[in-house]
Design a protein around this ligand. Structure first.
Ligand SMILES: [Zn+2]
Ligand SMILES: [Zn+2]
Ligand SMILES: [Zn+2]
Ligand SMILES: [Zn+2]
Ligand SMILES: [Zn+2]
Length: 198
């Protein structure tokens, strides 16, 4: 089988690209699509509040406004992840606020209360728009022009992470864009050859 595309002609530009954007780094440094911050996938979302938040809406464990508020049977409220971790750490069901042991489950706070904390205003850390309701931040991030997205050729090895608004600009100079009609297995072999020590 013969390949019609002359691969050696783009060798140097691809090498330059790989040096500039080491492949395989893109995905793990992408921010969370819900809160826009970069955090471990299993840890609490991090928000940048652009309004003062009343003490009543602040979790006594993490000292931040409640995220996914849950109530104990003794009617105290915590973030879901905060109370779940506290119970796991103490190995018994004890309320961190009053040390009361409880038999029942923690339950989701009322819809009214969840709506109140989801309406708190936060800033998008990418475009710095400051009046976004926390509950709408994920929607905003889906279209935010400054949100970092991986190059659409990341599975082929392009490690570039670009602001959403600059995707076309990047594709104009992305070496993998030139290679987009090359079969993927050919490209893999090619990229491996390129990265091998000479
Ligand atoms: Zn998050
Ligand atoms: Zn908390
Ligand atoms: Zn309690
Ligand atoms: Zn934004
Ligand atoms: Zn690219």
């Amino acid at each position: 089988m013969t390949c019609a595309i002359s691969i050696p002609s783009i060798t140097s530009s691809l090498r330059a690209h790989l040096t500039q954007h080491p492949a395989a780094v893109a995905m793990e440094r992408l921010p969370c699509s819900s809160c826009g911050s970069t955090h471990a996938p299993d840890s609490q979302h991090v928000y940048n509040y652009s309004q003062e938040v009343a003490q009543d809406f602040v979790c006594s464990i993490c000292l931040m406004p409640f995220v996914e508020p849950y109530d104990t049977p003794c009617k105290h409220t915590f973030c879901k992840s905060c109370i779940v971790q506290a119970i796991a750490a103490s190995k018994k069901r004890t309320c961190p606020l009053d040390n009361k042991e409880f038999a029942g489950e923690v339950t989701e706070a009322s819809v009214v209360f969840r709506n109140i904390v989801n309406d708190l205003l936060v800033e998008c850390v990418h475009c710095h728009e400051r009046a976004i309701k926390r509950g709408s931040l994920a929607d905003h991030l889906r279209t935010c022009p400054r949100f970092p997205v991986p190059c659409r050729h990341h599975q082929r090895g392009c490690g570039a992470v670009i602001h959403r608004a600059s995707v076309d600009e990047h594709l104009n100079q992305c070496s993998y864009e030139e290679l987009r009609h090359v079969r993927r297995d050919n490209l893999t072999v090619f990229a491996r050859t390129r990265s091998a020590p000479s």
